[in-house]
Structures are given as structure tokens and as C-alpha cells.
Design a protein around this ligand. Structure first.
Ligand SMILES: Nc1ncnc2c1ncn2[C@@H]1O[C@H](COP(=O)(O)OP(=O)(O)O)[C@@H](O)[C@H]1O
Ligand SMILES: [Mg+2]
Length: 290
């Protein structure tokens, strides 16, 4: 069996713009998802990337590890991480796939309920003054009982860096991946990721996720150049105009969460969750939305 960083590798489970991911077992016999930075050679790490990795280590990764120790219920645990020999993370293994796998298979109301559950978890982070900043369907993973957990806290900036610095040949589906990343990037951070984002970015990303989960589409489409402009300037087509079984009340929630102006979004994920559950309840009473 292959050994890596003191872990026994069981099998590869996937890869992404920033990571290679394998199922692995640590010395204590715990199964983890071992994520190693997707970079061809550690000797050639550019100084800018090293700097970003340092920033992640001191910021979001340290926060994620401390939240794991506090056992925040529905946050996937960060079991261990290090920058040496190359950035790697050992993350609690989630056997139930991601929310992305369920889009198009579950009803809009079942998917919306899962988004409401994620909003509940984010509230627990926000109370502690922390934000997740990487909310998207691929980062909502399920346990064996089908409960949703959120993972990959604070790692969107790394994906952005990789996308702008990797050569196109390295990434087969770069255009598609980029479109997803831009759609999930709040307008206030397009093009300038230097300011510290706050919880209102999470509310924006929840809005995008609710949009995609219920309609099966991203809010903004188009070529890469026009996408950023659309995120900055255009109002997305309301979900109920795309799918007639979606109530207009759900579109109101999506559009408010996705307001270009962070001050005009919901004040909190708690409020977002409350309004979403109210729409779901009224749909259930009316015999629709199942
Ligand atoms: N904690 C985990 N448990 C099980 N599988 C995981 C875990 N984290 C990531 N994966 C899987 O590894 C693959 C790559 O994940 P990742 O690098 O986070 O990219 P993305 O979030 O874009 O899917 C995906 O198929 C994902 O489901
Ligand atoms: Mg992920």
C-alpha cells in the first residue's frame, strides 16, 4: 500500500484545479480525504503562491482547525494540515458525495431544504466572527445518513490563483471551471481579493447555490470576458421564470441574497434561513414543492 505524508493511501477520489484528493488512513486508523496541492513540482513554487499559502495557513486553515476542535456540528473536520513538503490537508472523509451530485435528481424543495441546512451551519461560524467564503455545491458533502456538511473553508482564493496562473493546457475544462468560480465570486471581490471578505459574501454564495440547486443552471452564462461584467452589473433571470414549479417567493430570496450591494443582502444567514424555510412551509401547505 502506498504511503504518503505518514498516511496509507487507499484510493484516489478525485482532483480539482487546486488539489489531488485520495482516501487515506492515518496512524490512528481514521479515514481522511488527503488533499495535496495540485502543482507539478514543489521546487518551482512561485514566491507569490508561497505567500498565499502562508496567508491561508495563518488565516482560514487555522480558523477551520479551531472550529473542528470546537466540534461545530455540520462543518467537515480539518484533521491536520501542513505546508511541508507541499501544502496538504487531511479532511474528515465524507462518504455520501456532494450536493452537486444531487442537483437535477432531487426536487427543488428538497434541494432548497439542504441549502437552508447549510445556512444554519454558516450562522454558527458567523456568530464566532468567521466567514466561510467558499460556499458552492461541490463543497457541501454528505455523511452516510445524508446530512449535509460544509468543507473547504476559505480556499476560494487558492482556486482563483491557480486559474489565473496555470497554463490552459494543464486544465482540460478550464473554461467551465472558471465560469463556476466567477459565478460563485461575490461582485465586491471580483478583481480585488485583497480586502478581508465578510459574512455577506457567504450570503451571496448561498444565493448562487440556491439558484443553481433549484434551476440546475448558473445565474450567469457567457464567455469568460463577459461573465465578470455580468456578475458586477446584471440581475440574473429569476428562478421561477426558468422553472414554473418554483414559487416567486424563492426567487425573491435568491435575488435579495445576490444583491450587488452587500448592505442590501440579508443581514444574516439566520434571516436567509428563516425566510427560505417559510417559503418551503407555505409550498408544502399548498401541496406543491415536493
Ligand atoms: N472530505 C472529503 N471526503 C470525500 N471526498 C472528498 C472530500 N473532499 C473532497 N472530496 C472529493 O474530491 C474531489 C475534489 O475535491 P476538491 O479538490 O475539493 O474540488 P471541488 O470542491 O471542486 O470538488 C471531489 O470529487 C470531492 O467530492
Ligand atoms: Mg472542495
Amino acid at each position: 500500500m502506498t504511503q504518503l505524508l505518514g498516511y496509507k493511501i487507499l484510493r484516489p477520489v478525485g482532483s480539482s484545479i487546486s488539489w489531488n484528493v485520495a482516501a487515506a488512513v492515518n496512524r490512528a486508523g481514521r479515514v481522511v480525504a488527503l488533499k495535496t496541492l495540485n502543482w507539478p513540482s514543489r521546487e518551482t513554487l512561485p514566491p507569490e503562491l508561497v505567500e498565499l499559502i502562508h496567508k491561508l495557513e495563518q488565516g482560514p486553515l487555522a480558523d477551520w482547525a479551531s472550529l473542528t476542535e470546537e466540534r461545530i456540528g455540520s462543518l467537515v473536520g480539518l484533521v491536520d494540515y501542513d505546508m511541508r513538503p507541499i501544502l496538504w490537508l487531511a479532511v474528515e472523509f465524507m462518504p455520501g458525495g456532494s450536493l452537486r451530485d444531487r442537483i437535477g435528481w432531487l426536487s427543488w424543495s428538497e434541494l432548497a431544504r439542504l441549502v437552508a441546512d447549510v445556512a444554519g451551519t454558516l450562522s454558527r461560524l458567523h456568530i464566532r466572527g468567521l466567514s466561510h467564503l467558499n460556499v458552492r455545491p461541490e463543497n457541501v458533502l454528505f455523511d452516510t445518513e445524508g446530512r449535509p456538511y460544509i468543507t473547504d473553508m476559505g480556499l476560494l482564493e487558492l482556486d482563483h490563483w491557480m486559474l489565473t496562473h496555470l497554463t490552459w493546457e494543464v486544465i482540460d475544462s478550464a473554461v467551465k471551471i472558471r465560469a463556476r468560480i466567477i459565478n460563485y465570486t461575490p461582485p465586491e471581490y471580483i478583481g480585488r481579493y485583497t480586502e478581508a471578505p465578510d459574512h455577506r459574501a457567504d450570503i451571496y454564495q448561498l444565493g448562487v447555490m440556491l439558484y443553481e440547486a433549484t434551476t440546475g443552471r448558473l445565474p450567469f452564462e457567457g464567455d469568460i470576458l463577459s461573465l465578470s461584467r455580468k456578475v458586477l452589473e446584471e440581475k440574473p433571470r429569476p428562478p421561477h421564470e426558468i422553472r414554473s414549479d418554483i414559487p416567486a417567493g424563492l426567487s425573491d430570496i435568491v435575488l435579495k441574497a445576490m444583491d450587488k450591494d452587500p448592505d442590501k443582502r440579508y443581514d444574516s444567514t439566520l434571516e436567509f434561513e428563516r425566510e427560505l424555510r417559510a417559503v418551503l412551509r407555505s409550498e408544502a401547505r399548498g401541496g406543491r414543492g415536493t
